[in-house]
Design a protein around this ligand. Structure first.
Ligand SMILES: [Zn+2]
Length: 352
């Protein structure tokens, strides 16, 4: 992977983007794609759509969601402690004791997610999973007046954003879900540059996936593509306590995961696999018997229907501060999607 591309991934991971507050990460995307996209636009929902060859009759949409789970400040009490609502699906147990950042109009305010110490918990409290009402955000303010100078109701909150390289080609960060998938779709667009592209290729940084797959719906409507592939993370099952019989066999470093099942168009699946085989790109296969919880769900039933695929990046510890992926997996996924796009032309038929 080249240094510029790796630096782009790091910038994505270090830009805050709770659902509905994606502008900082979209600025990073806009700045990067203008070097190789023929057209870049942002719609009223906040999706950034970067295209090459946009006038071609066959249109392919690649979707990676840029939003991350977060929190929003909803109340500040007299002592200056903040209470928050979740944005997206949190395990409160991984939030406890975390360093957080409140993003106000002027920048970043450090905070921590607290509850009373173990010594003071009752036996009953020790057994219970804490609820959001039992936790508070401490920003170090001495009272409400001081807190009001620092944060406002409605300010978004993220985990402390920090990218960390691990042994080998593994890397860890909050919000690998789905900034690594976003990286893949943008990088796939870049990797078609200078090659003969016969379809219109639209790489979309979709918003608000974590609260109901919402940006994929609005962007798919305006692009009106015949074919679409969502790139998101999926659970790696190569760590303790996860049952492969229930969740499938997915390894970090085993390559991108091509999904099969009713949410996926069989001709798209076949072409993804044939493309990977020809390009000698290692991949894994997983199945889902229902509409997936990804952008592929809304894309497939957009307008009169879209031939949809789902390519997933193996991810350990999803929705935690330490989401782990393999950099080789995302590199291969970008190669796969670029090669897929280069095979499409007017008349390519995906009717099942
Ligand atoms: Zn996701």
């Amino acid at each position: 992977m080249d240094d510029n591309a790796l630096a782009f991934l790091q910038r994505l991971l270090e830009a805050p983007s709770p659902s509905g507050y994606e502008r900082p990460v979209q600025d990073v995307v806009r700045d990067y794609v203008r070097r190789f996209a023929d057209d870049v636009r942002t719609d009223l929902h906040g999706n950034v759509i970067a295209a090459r060859n946009p006038g071609a009759p066959l249109r392919l949409m690649l979707a990676g969601h840029c939003d991350q789970i977060g929190l929003v400040v909803q109340h500040i009490d007299a002592e200056g402690f903040c209470y928050v609502q979740p944005i997206g699906g949190w395990d409160t147990q991984v939030l406890l004791g975390q360093r957080l950042t409140v993003w106000n109009a002027g920048g970043a305010v450090p905070g921590i997610m607290a509850r009373k110490p173990i010594h003071l918990l009752s036996e009953e409290e020790k057994k219970q999973v804490p609820k959001f009402k039992d936790l508070w955000l401490d920003i170090g303010a001495r009272n409400k007046e001081e807190a009001d100078q620092m944060v406002r109701i409605g300010d978004p909150v993220t985990l402390e954003l920090a990218y960390r390289r691990m042994a080998g080609d593994f890397a860890c960060s909050p919000a690998m879900d789905d900034k690594c998938g976003l990286w893949v779709v943008v990088e796939a667009l870049r990797r078609t540059a200078g090659k003969q592209l016969r379809c219109g290729l639209f790489a979309v940084s979709t918003v608000q996936e974590e609260i109901g797959l919402r940006g994929a719906r609005t962007s798919a409507y305006s692009i009106d593509p015949q074919v679409g592939i969502a790139v998101d993370v999926t659970h790696a099952t190569d760590c303790p306590t996860i049952d492969k019989k229930q969740e499938g066999d997915v390894r970090l470093g085993g390559g991108p995961v091509i999904y099969r099942g009713p949410n996926m168009n069989p001709a798209v699946v076949d072409l993804l696999m044939a493309t990977a085989d020809e390009a000698e790109i290692a991949y894994q296969v997983a199945a889902s018997g229902k509409a997936t919880g990804t952008d592929a769900n809304t894309m497939q039933i957009s307008r009169a229907g879209m031939a949809t695929g789902l390519v997933s990046i193996p991810n350990r510890y999803m929705h935690s501060p330490v989401e782990m992926i393999s950099l080789t997996d995302i590199d291969r996924a970008a190669d796969l999607l670029a090669a897929f796009a280069l095979r499409l032309e007017e008349g390519t038929d995906f009717t099942p």
